[in-house]
Design a protein around this ligand. Structure first.
Ligand code: XLS
Ligand code: NI
Ligand code: NI
Length: 442
């Protein structure tokens, strides 16, 4: 089998990862993710459009505030930025192909290093975009979404589109414009905005109203540019409550939906939800997904998990089967993600330094999703889960309850029904029963 290697093989000794089933003890094989297995009417690979995240897997060096890089990349050696970027693309596509990932996601600065020169950056990105285009054609791997990094460079320390200095906003616009061009050229199904610096560190120096209006204007002009240039995909906002800013304007799903509605962006934007952002916002991922699904805005997701003891975005690989099974119940009932996929916005730990570690991490994540998908499908098909939930609301299905839902009863009418009907029964919410039921199908 052709592995579509570049000049060098970066992950030597690692074969194409195959499905071997639950009995396999091969750590470099899938035990649950069987891409063509049909679950709930569709092959797994159609439900689970997995994507690799360029930034964590091919740029993240393992450096932390207390220590130097531990991930020393063989693709990061050449002196010329574009040549270095091509090696990185070779490594990335070797990895995607060996793992069987159908999609990938990137920020502009992940795929090629940027300078402070707008024109130079545009040229670099255009050059590497052509190279990525060739890699996509040769491998069949597709772009899930592109984005611009508007948070790492010094100039964005006070925000990008919400910066109080207009000139900084224009530099952010220049980056978004060429990242949109790259996304269009590469046939990306989405374009993501994650605003780590779009918020504040202190209200003492912040005009919040004005900053949010600037953010909305910036999104509108970006949308207009992309649509005028033929972008047919979905824009995503990726909510996160804080980190790196103390407070971020895209706090959580509910906040973002209100913002999109206020600025008339609902037709073009959906949500890209991330597990560890949900937990940072004091929610579960299930909560965020249900909010988005109910609004018809469940666009895409960033898969990872947090750490129970840490209050930051640790971006660990997903491995919590209960959490994901509950997510998959919402996911299947919503018909999956539309038009997005499942991007592994997750990083191996600083001290995971074997080339195989990146494979173990993704295999574990993909297997956990696959297993959760199967379990959730069984729960929906074979248990009373849906019925129990529906029955709790049965009193609204007919009679006065239905009249209330249809807006036919006044407050006085409701009062009169209460006076006439006596004391409500005590009715169990059956939470423990349902929790056991989830475990029974895992
Ligand atoms: C950071 C975000 C980031 C976005 C893309 O917390 O998750 O990685 O997904 O800019
Ligand atoms: Ni993310
Ligand atoms: Ni994140």
């Amino acid at each position: 089998m052709s592995l579509l290697l570049g000049e060098q093989e970066f992950f030597k000794g690692i074969p194409k990862i195959q499905f071997e089933g639950q009995e396999s003890d091969n750590p470099l094989a899938f035990r649950w993710y069987d891409e063509n297995k049909v679950v709930a009417g569709k092959p797994m690979k159609e439900w689970l459009k997995f994507a690799g995240a360029y930034w964590h897997s091919f740029c993240g060096t393992g450096a932390d505030p207390f220590g130097a890089p531990t991930h020393i990349f063989a693709w990061d050696k050449k002196l010329d930025a574009v040549e270095r970027a091509k090696d990185k693309a070779d490594a990335a596509f070797e990895f995607f192909t060996k793992l069987g990932l159908g999609y990938y996601c990137f920020h502009d600065v992940d795929v090629v290093d940027y300078t402070d020169d707008v024109v130079d950056n545009e040229k670099r990105l255009a050059t590497i975009t052509d190279y990525l285009h060739e890699k996509q054609k040769a491998s069949g791997v597709q772009l899930l979404w592109g984005t611009a990094n508007l948070f790492s460079n010094t100039k964005y320390m006070n925000g990008a589109s919400t910066n109080p200095d207009f000139l900084v906003l224009t530099h952010a616009a220049a980056q978004v414009k060429s990242a949109i061009d790259a996304t269009i050229k590469l046939g990306g199904t989405g374009y993501t905005f994650w605003g780590g610096r779009e918020g504040y560190m202190s209200l003492l120096n912040t005009n919040m109203k004005r900053e949010k209006e600037h953010l909305a204007k910036f999104l509108q002009v970006s949308r207009d540019y992309a649509r005028a240039n033929g972008f047919k995909g979905s824009f995503y906002i990726e909510p996160k409550p804080c980190e790196p800013s103390k407070h971020q304007y895209d706090y959580d799903a509910e906040t973002v939906i209100g913002f999109l509605r206020q600025y008339d962006l609902l037709n073009d934007f959906k949500l890209n939800l991330e597990v560890n952002h949900a937990t940072l916002a004091g929610h579960t991922m299930q909560h965020e997904m249900q909010i988005a699904a109910d609004a018809g805005l469940l666009g895409s997701m960033d898969a990872n998990r947090g750490d129970m003891q840490n209050g930051w975005d640790t971006d660990q690989f997903p491995n919590n089967i209960n959490e994901l099974t509950e997510c998959m119940l919402i996911f299947i009932e919503a018909g999956g993600l539309n038009p997005g996929g499942i991007n592994f916005d997750a990083k191996i730990r600083r001290n995971s330094t074997d080339p195989a570690d990146l494979f173990y991490a993704h295999i574990g994540g993909m297997d956990t999703f696959a297993r959760a998908l199967i379990a959730a499908d069984q729960i929906l098909q074979k248990s009373d889960y849906k019925k129990i939930r529906a029955n709790r609301y049965a009193s609204f299905d007919a009679g006065n309850g239905q009249a209330f839902e249809n807006g036919k009863l006044s407050l006085t009418d409701l009062r009169d029904i209460a006076a006439k009907s006596g004391v409500p029964e005590v009715i169990s919410g059956k939470q423990e029963f349902l929790e056991n039921l989830i475990n029974r199908f895992i």
